[in-house]
Design a protein around this ligand. Structure first.
Ligand code: UDP
Length: 330
């Protein structure tokens, strides 16, 4: 059944793609965003309410005004490096934001929340692939604030709040139809920076660390297409609307790729060289993070469809100065 859903952070990268997926599934997304990092022009599939999740009254008013039945909560600060330099900002936005959000939800009688969590909650895992039962021992303030968010939601289960925590691995790519892309400022992520380097803008790509205990010495990550991630949110919402129990699941592909493999794939697919500069390790980076995607498949019926590196690069490339003409056909 179609429902109105409050999407905090709906003007951001994953939030805006999720609004499109919600609209496509027949729901009505209402974006709630303070536009501190989001873009008003990315809100294209429903109204935008400009507000801050740390303000329970603003959250309650938005939920009531639009008759929202559930929340998908993206609004947060999301740079690992920045969280090491300015942890207070992360506790304020991410933990304070979660507290403001749940207070607003309680006041408005909304008891279903899909939460944007992270594989950063696992820290450096003892074993790969990472399962949901892998101990959560974050190694940076960003990961800690996401873990605290999960714990707040777990604790509120006693009063009937139900949630799905989605632990994303590495979100990448862009809307396959070209309507939405990735626009972070500053940009710190591998794929956009490598594409920018391939386009000749922004100088060479820094490869952070070539002495990791991996086959080619560079870090391995599990890259998942943002449109696949967006679809997982619609499935998680469906579970909650159907009366399903609270859940925490990984969202990844189960396959890892190294920084050098990503660079090689971009060169192959775009036909452009990616100039690189070899640098020291970036503080806070674990060597290898790969998801076990089995629980998302069994509990949500979720399987990735677009998360091959070819689709990720083809869809993202036009947003980083590479004309589609330079990108090999699908
Ligand atoms: N990385 C890199 N150069 C960059 C940005 C990232 O070598 O300019 C590496 C980073 O060390 C990590 C991987 O690429 O191993 C993915 O980093 P990203 O920031 O995209 O995501 P994260 O895994 O930190 O969430």
């Amino acid at each position: 059944m179609p429902d109105t859903i409050l999407v905090t952070g709906g003007a951001g990268f994953i939030g805006s793609h999720t609004c499109k997926a919600l609209a496509r599934a027949g729901h009505r997304p209402v974006s709630f965003d303070n536009l501190s990092t989001g873009h008003a022009d990315a809100v294209r599939f429903g109204p935008l309410v400009q507000g801050d999740v740390r303000d329970p009254n603003a959250v309650e008013a938005a939920l009531r005004a639009h008759g929202a039945k559930a929340v998908i909560h993206f609004a947060a600060s999301a740079y690992v490096g920045e969280s090491m330099a300015d942890p207070a900002k992360y506790y304020d936005n991410n933990v304070g934001g979660m507290i403001g959000l749940v207070q607003g939800c309680r006041a408005a009688g909304v008891s279903r929340i899909v939460f944007s969590s992270s594989c950063a909650t696992y820290g450096t895992p003892d074993r790969l692939p990472i399962r949901e039962t892998t101990p959560q021992r974050p190694i940076n303030p960003y990961g800690r604030t996401k873990l605290i968010g999960e714990e707040i939601l777990r604790d509120l289960g006693v009063e009937g709040m139900r949630h799905v925590a989605l632990r994303y691995f590495n979100a990448a790519g862009a809307d396959p139809e070209g309507e939405l892309g990735e626009r972070h400022d500053p940009e710190t992520h591998l794929l956009p920076l490598a594409l920018r380097a391939a386009s000749g803008q922004g100088g060479p790509l820094s490869i952070f660390g070539t002495d990791y205990p991996t086959p080619d010495g560079t870090c391995i990550r599990d890259y998942i297409h943002v449109a696949d991630l967006a679809r997982a949110h619609v499935l998680a919402l469906g579970r909650l609307m159907a009366g399903g129990e609270s859940l925490a699941v990984n969202l990844g592909t189960g396959r890892g790729q190294s920084v050098r493999e990503i660079v090689a794939a971009i060169e192959r697919i775009t036909g452009r060289a990616v100039p690189v500069r070899l640098e020291a390790r970036r503080p806070g980076d674990p060597a290898e993070l790969v998801a076990d995607p089995a629980l998302a498949a069994s509990e949500l019926g979720f399987r990735t469809q677009l998360s091959d590196i070819g689709s990720i690069v083809r869809h993202a490339a036009p947003w980083f100065g590479l004309e589609p003409a330079h990108v090999e056909a699908a």
